[in-house]
Design a protein around this ligand. Sequence first.
Ligand code: SF4
Length: 390
Amino acid sequence: MIELLAPAGNLEKLKIAVLYGADAVFIGGKEFSLRSRASNFTLEDIKEGCEFAHKHNAKVHVTTNILPHNNNLEGLKEYLINLEKCGVDAIICASLYIINTALKYTNLEVHVSTQDSVCNVEAINFYKSLGCKRVVLGREVSLAELKDIRSKTDMDIEVFIHGGMCSSYSGRCMLSNEMASRDANRGGCAHSCRWNYDLIDNDKLINNGNYFSLASKDLCALKYIPDFIDNNITSLKIEGRMKSIHYIATVVNAYRRAIDEYYKFKTVDFDKYDFMIKKAENRLTSIGFYNGDPGVNEHLYINFGEEPSQEYVGNVLGYEDGYMIMEVRNYFTKDDTLEVFSPKEELKTFKITEILDENNEVVEVCNHPNQIVKIKVPFKVLEFDFIRKV
Ligand code: SF4
């Protein structure tokens, strides 16, 4: 069965991703990883994450995908050995030196990072000859090319199915280095492509009040699930270790349900899962390179920002005697109708009849993030369920 691989920026996100249907998660350690600002895991966290994931039959991949300079190499061998001791299932590497060290001193499965922009079968065969187990293809490979590659190699192949795209060739960007002195290839990307820019033609400002964006739309390849499965692709990767727990739960669960539906019925209700994803996705999406070179529809042009979902109002921490214990995340009032989003159930809604604070005092309005409240519910809810406003 095809693997659904989800991002996890911390232990809470790892648990949410696994509970909402990921077969594997990818995380970054404190060292040798890109996305160094994505609340990276200590070795203790990695061990705990592996134990949790394995208990739920999921795997943990750790990114060790920086392009190291001489002063980044110290402690690499010991770090990789420690990852193996923590129970990590695979590491994701870009540097040949890190690949070689991992293969020489550990039994970790080595996956070749998308940072290496592998877009052809000869490159795949090269990494296979080294002993690597899997290649994460460059996001620039079209579906037609993917099918051709698959027909010519039995190497494990991972592709991106959802999330942010680089407007530069994947991982070969110096924009952030130039604009913010932060090296994207050593974990420091400042997302400079998403900043607001003026557009000037022959010294004339032509953006008419709207700022121009250099970024691409995010990827959403939901409709290609049948193609990926029918062509024996090994793994479908969702990008976004910096995203919220609500985003991860929503997107992972939509893809989980869509994949399971295709295996069961050989058809997928794409509109249903697209609607589900949009409850958390706040950027415009496109199919990236899957239909060939991107055109105007794949570029973002105008920056719409990244507003958090206003429908998402809180997380369930527990259930006691007809009340759910909830951590508030966004504004709602006692007059609202709420929706319960749970990993294995269909959505359930209810009209609020009573909200109590920690002292059992009646609350009319919830507008303090992280406030703990008790809400009367007509059915049982579970820890890790999410609550949205209808
Ligand atoms: S600045 Fe944009 S294009 Fe460059 S690495 Fe970061 S996300 Fe990619």
